[in-house]
Ligand binder design. Structure first.
Ligand code: SF4
Length: 903
């Protein structure tokens, strides 16, 4: 440890607060004393927002070890806990909470000593970064600067260090090949490794999957295979085997699409078996995400050059450090630690990505190094492209892949296709959406920072060359003034909307409150179906429609003029200008479509309903505070536009999941995957899980916890978690109840040495929460939807799942419309069965996993029990009995003492 380290270290958990002083003493202190100490002197902490929350002192700042780690080892994975840090530093793990504060001082010394090590891998750029961080008064600068020697030669700056992507000739269309079953089996053997157990289910699955890649015989009708593969079948390698063969033999790319980032990451790891050589894998397997996930170098440059101030500017420097070492520039779920932006209270991280579609393509000085462009180009030549459902749909709908349009897809987590399509093909005319388009067209509002530019600035060369184009730009800018501008929400609240669209939103708000039946005082979002509109709404619709009509006309004209200018190819149009205009055509195109959808939505006010859609009005609120108002339109059956846009043009599609039929029959899977809308439906395949659920798992339905009694609910969670000694995933359907339970039990569990983490409470991103949970078998994690389906924690860390009740669907306008269209109660049951199956699916991930699924429900209908795998024992019992069962689960202490359920 650094002997001269003059700073105390502070640690706070739900069970207490401790300080370790520079003279080597550690003592427990009160929260008040800790706050005074932190306010007076720089203290060493780990995760300042989290510690600040535990102390009830939101402004806590100091020497955060996580920031130091991010500076020293950018793009390196670490679980952001004392245990994770100990491992990263090669130090003994602090055993008890009261050891942590002293450990933090020790870890500081160890981390700082990395700078002295001659093999510090991330040295390049560190000196330059410390100079900038020093100017920003980053608290670590004095301790770091004195150790980093000024390099003899100027360091390569990030923007010169990053490699440039290469343009490559277009890829030939894939050859028509058929993959024989014997070849599939051999490839599977190769991937699973010699000597691996012979899994019949996996082989059959592989052979069935290969059918999706065969040449198609009929236009607009892909070979579609729906394959339900129970947990443990090994479906990832099962489809990668035929997919990789097809790709090699046909010379085409297979797009493997997932719903969750967790699976996307896992898939990346699985492809190591296909291509063990790193270099080869980088060329053959490419991960693609939506552009809003990637760092935009131009935004970063802006931030570094004064666009960001204060803490956000420190974040920008740490992100620049990371970008120089990142594999792909992915800021969300890539190698940027998920915990880094949360240390800055998310201040600025989203502004570093290209969220608003402001990319200027070839007009950007970093275009040839741009992470987004690099990923797009790499995927054109790859064998396997790992994407997600949303990106696949956006690309297909907007024709983004051009000549490289995929022909073969694997949709893993296929049970989510319906929801992904629902989000993709919906339309919303809301204040937030409208203001985004206004900004894109008009440029920055007065007084705003950054490099945002409007259409006129982006296309000034077109405007001066093409008179009609120039006129269209001017008209679009004029018309965009009718859209909501900064302060719209406040004006509407004060009854003084400005312009026709704000007036429409004011009428939407008025009617939504008027028709509310749930009690507007509860503070949550409000909605009402768009039926029998009030005279005010009908009256406001006319001028709003005219304003949008006046906007869409010049947008359409401009799109045509840009095409014409491209075709004319004037002298001034060099490569970059061409690319910029092509980019403008694409982004103008989908914005024009959006305005078109708004017009259709407005036409519906007072007009006839379209039976294909559900339309409603909504006021979005969080804890009573309004943040958006608008009209919404969703397809009753979004698998229809999905089939048209994605499936029909494809040649082969495999849709797979462990819960494709949601406990129902194949008609459910056919309906939700879009197969029903194809001329030739889909082939079906099923492989049941190889797990012995009767021996490995049990379902316990606790019948004596009263619904709606928060104290009783919290008590049940606490008792069960204590009995199981942690290792529990708690699933909630309402954030409010989750927070209420957390507030009641976190301290109590901490006193037992059982950490409890919570989504929507702890200032930590979900991915990191799961990493922490996975890393500590005594920890428990509670959360909502994202945890029900995106958590893969095999082994001992997860041994009990507790669901707060039967997960009935929320009674929204959209749900009511679909329920009516799709069979009433049976539709609800299907949703519940799917959610139960997904929650249960978290429990047993490996052949040696064992665990208990607890449902707290006095009235769980027996008809829903088919959600659980066949053979799983289901018992209704009291909480006392369930606690006794949980005590028999193989916890850490019990395993240490050789006690388990068998005992
Ligand atoms: S090309 Fe676009 S996304 Fe890439 S760095 Fe430049 S502005 Fe950002």
């Amino acid at each position: 440890m650094t002997p001269t380290l003059p700073h105390p270290a502070l640690h706070a958990s739900h069970s207490g607060t401790w300080v370790a002083t520079p003279d080597g003493e550690t003592r427990a202190i009160s929260r008040g004393e800790a706050i005074r100490l932190a306010a007076d002197t720089p203290v060493i902490v780990m995760n300042a927002p989290l510690i600040g929350q535990r102390l009830g002192y939101g402004d806590l700042s100091g020497l955060d070890l996580l920031e130091l780690f991010a500076f020293l080892h950018p793009a390196r994975f670490m679980v952001p806990t004392p245990k994770g840090l100990a491992r990263a530093c090669g130090l003994p793990v602090p055993e008890r909470e009261d050891d942590v504060a002293a450990f933090l001082r020790e870890a500081t010394g160890a981390l700082l000593s990395h700078i002295d090590a001659p093999d510090w891998a991330e040295r390049e750029g560190a000196w330059t970064a410390t100079q900038a961080l020093g100017r920003l008064r980053w608290p670590w600068t004095p301790l770091v600067t004195r150790r980093i020697a000024k390099p003899e030669r100027a360091e390569r700056w990030l923007f010169s260090k990053l490699p440039e992507w290469e343009e490559s000739p277009g890829r030939a269309p894939p050859r028509s090949v058929t993959i024989e079953p014997e070849a599939v089996e051999q490839q599977l053997d190769k991937l699973t490794g010699q000597g691996s157990e012979r899994r019949t289910g996996q082989r059959d699955f592989s052979v069935a999957a290969a059918r999706a890649f065969a040449p198609r015989d009929m236009r607009d009708s892909p070979n579609m295979v729906l394959a339900e593969a129970g947990t443990g079948i090994g479906k990832t390698l099962g489809y990668l085997a035929p997919a990789s063969l097809w790709s090699q033999q046909a010379g085409g790319a297979i797009w493997v699409s997932t719903f969750t980032k967790a699976l996307q990451r896992q898939l990346g790891r699985e492809t190591e078996r296909l291509f063990p050589d790193d270099e080869e894998r980088r060329n053959r397997v490419v991960t693609r995400k939506g552009r809003e996930n990637y760092l935009c170098l131009l935004n970063l440059e802006d931030a570094l050059q004064g666009g960001f101030a204060g803490r956000a500017a420190v974040l920008a420097q740490l992100v620049a450090r990371w970008a120089a070492y990142s594999a792909d520039g992915d800021m969300v779920g890539g190698d940027l630690p998920g915990w880094l932006p949360t240390l800055f209270r998310r201040n600025g991280s989203t502004a570093l990505t290209d969220r608003r579609g402001e990319c200027i393509y070839a007009g950007c000085p970093h275009y040839r190094k741009c992470f987004i462009e690099r990923a797009a180009r790499a995927s054109a030549d790859a064998d396997i492209v790992i994407a997600n459902h949303a990106l696949v749909m956006v690309n297909a709908a907007r024709g983004r892949e051009g000549e490289n349009r995929p022909t073969r897809y694997v949709f893993d987590e296929g049970h989510h296709l319906f929801d992904a399509a629902d989000a993709m093909f919906a339309a919303a005319l809301t204040g937030q959406e409208a203001i985004e388009i206004r900004r894109w067209i008009m440029g920055p509002e007065r007084g705003s920072r950054g490099r945002r530019r409007g259409l006129s600035a982006r296309l000034s060369d077109v405007a001066s060359y093409d008179e009609q184009g120039g006129r269209a730009i001017a008209q679009a800018v004029d018309a965009a003034m009718a859209l909501p501008s900064d302060g719209w929400l406040q004006r509407i609240n004060e009854g003084e909307p400005f312009g026709p669209v704000e007036a429409l939103l004011a009428a939407v708000r008025g009617l939504t409150y008027a028709r509310d039946t749930k009690g507007s005082d509860a503070g949550y979002g409000l909605e009402t179906e768009l039926a029998e509109p009030s005279p005010e709404l009908v009256e406001a619709a006319g001028p709003a429609g005219e304003a949008l009509d006046a906007l869409i006309r010049p947008m359409v004209t401009l799109g045509r003029r840009l095409e014409a200018v491209l075709a004319e190819a004037p002298d001034w149009m060099d490569g970059p200008a061409r690319a910029r205009i092509e980019g403008a055509i694409a982004s103008l195109g989908w914005r024009t479509e959006t305005v078109g959808a708004w017009l259709a939505l407005i036409a519906r006010i007072g007009g006839p309903a379209d039976p294909d859609f559900v339309d409603w009005l909504a006021v979005d609120r969080v804890e009573g505070r309004e943040y958006d108002i608008g009209l919404h339109r969703h397809w009753i059956d979004p698998s229809r536009p999905f089939a048209k846009t994605v499936l029909e043009p494809a040649h082969g599609v495999l849709v797979t999941s462990a819960t494709l039929r949601a406990g129902g029959d194949w008609s459910v899977a056919d309906a939700r995957s879009g197969a029903n809308h194809l001329m030739r439906g889909a082939a079906h395949f099923e492989a049941v899980s190889p797990f012995d659920y009767a021996a490995q798992a049990e379902v316990v339905i606790v019948t004596d916890v009263k619904r709606g009694d928060l104290a009783a609910l919290a008590n049940a969670y606490a008792r069960l978690i204590v009995a199981a000694e942690g290792g529990t995933l708690g699933l909630f359907t309402a954030i409010r109840r989750l927070r209420g339970v957390h507030a009641r039990i976190a301290d109590r569990l901490a006193r037992e040495g059982l950490p409890l983490y919570a989504q929507h409470v702890d200032p930590i991103d979900t991915g990191t929460l799961v990493d922490i949970f996975r890393d500590d078998p005594r920890a428990s994690l509670i959360g909502t939807d994202a945890l029900r389906d995106g958590v893969d924690v095999p082994g001992h860390s997860l041994r009990m799942v507790v669901m707060e009740g039967v997960p009935w669907p929320k009674p929204t306008v959209l749900h009511a419309a679909r329920r009516m269209a799709e069979g009433g109660r049976e539709y609800d049951d299907r949703i519940v069965r799917a959610k139960l199956a997904q929650g249960f699916g978290r429990l047993i991930r490996r052949a040696d996993d064992r665990g208990m699924f607890v449902l707290l429900s006095a009235a769980m209908p027996s008809r829903l029990l088919s959600a659980f795998p066949e053979g799983t024992p289901v018992t209704r019992m009291t909480l006392d009995e369930a606690v006794m069962r949980a005590q028999r689960l193989p916890s850490v202490t019990r395993m240490r003492h050789g006690v388990s359920e068998q005992a």
